[in-house]
Design a protein around this ligand. Structure first.
Ligand SMILES: NC(=O)c1ccc[n+]([C@@H]2O[C@H](COP(=O)([O-])OP(=O)(O)OC[C@H]3O[C@@H](n4cnc5c(N)ncnc54)[C@H](OP(=O)(O)O)[C@@H]3O)[C@@H](O)[C@H]2O)c1
Length: 267
């Protein structure tokens, strides 16, 4: 991983930046010399991360935005307006509910779907247009292995991740001629504060030694960003494994379809 600032531009916006993989993306992008817009709901953790990164030589702006809010992307656009955002990392996306479909409030499922689908879509639309106008950029969305099929107890979460999988695969083929890299980073169990909180709330054992580290996951995402549309945690590009179909085979499928469609020829 190197040359990210040259490839994407001077600023990165991380949605869900204050802890776990989001904070690791921030640390690694700061090392690469990208200025950062850090977004989350809680001000304290954002300020602490900004203070930690103060000595890194990059500029850091923080913004408290609820990504499940209807005005979320209008807020992101406002905060980012003075800066050239060449890389969007959409990290926030876990299901904090920990209950089955009918046991959860519809309001909670609506909030989850809004943040994970509508806000992801609107953010890619807003920042993608600006990137297309410049002829370069990167869109990285954090996903989960549940994107490949339903699992009881996390139905809405899985459905939102399947939405993002489809969207990002399509955008990868559509925006490639515009110089925009697109990656859907399909994660497995990862040692993050949010995952820890939910695990303990559910009375399950917390076993971080069985999980990926947030730093390793973020590093893999940044390394593989130019090689989308999919990176499956723990699997090589041509390995199907738990994902059933390898990332390489998925890429070949999209390339075959894109090659036969008018979009691939537009640029
Ligand atoms: N951890 C795992 O085992 C695992 C496994 C598979 C996939 N993933 C994926 O990895 C990503 C990160 O997961 P995570 O475990 O770190 O938990 P997460 O809750 O998705 O992410 C935590 C970060 O997102 C922010 N955030 C959450 N909801 C937000 C909202 N509505 N508005 C603004 N910021 C929000 C949090 O800060 P605030 O609380 O201050 O807002 C925090 O900075 C997610 O997309 C998740 O689906 C995780």
């Amino acid at each position: 991983m190197s040359g990210l600032a040259e490839r994407y531009g001077p600023w990165a916006l991380i949605a869900g930046a204050s802890e776990g993989t989001g904070a690791e993306f921030a640390r690694q992008l700061a090392e690469e010399g990208l200025n950062l817009i850090l977004v989350a709901r809680r001000e304290g953790p954002l300020d602490a991360l900004a203070a930690e990164l103060a000595g890194s030589g990059v500029k850091v702006v923080t913004a408290t935005v609820d990504l499940a809010g209807k005005d979320a992307v209008a807020r992101l656009a406002e905060v980012a307006a003075p800066f050239e955002v060449g890389l969007l990392v959409f990290n926030a996306g876990a299901d904090p509910n920990g209950v089955g479909f009918l046991d959860g409030d519809l309001a909670a499922w609506t909030e989850l779907a809004t943040r994970n689908c509508l806000t992801v879509m609107a953010a890619c639309h807003h920042f993608g247009r600006l990137m297309r106008a410049r002829g370069r950029g990167g869109l990285l969305v954090c996903g989960s292995g549940v994107c490949y099929g339903g699992i009881p107890g996390i139905g809405v979460y899985g459905a939102t991740k399947a939405f993002d999988l489809n969207l990002m695969e399509s955008l990868w083929a559509e925006l490639k001629p515009n110089g925009i890299d697109v990656l859907y980073l399909v994660m497995g169990r990862t040692d993050t504060p949010a995952h820890r909180k939910l695990t303990l709330e559910q009375g399950r054992d917390w076993e971080p030694e069985t999980m990926a580290s947030a730093a390793d996951v973020a590093r893999l995402g940044l390394e593989r960003l130019p090689h989308g549309p999919i990176q499956n945690w723990g699997l090589a590009d041509d390995e199907a494994g738990w994902a059933t179909i390898s990332a390489a085979d998925r890429r070949r499928r999209i390339e075959a379809i894109a090659g036969a469609s008018s979009y691939a020829k537009k640029g």
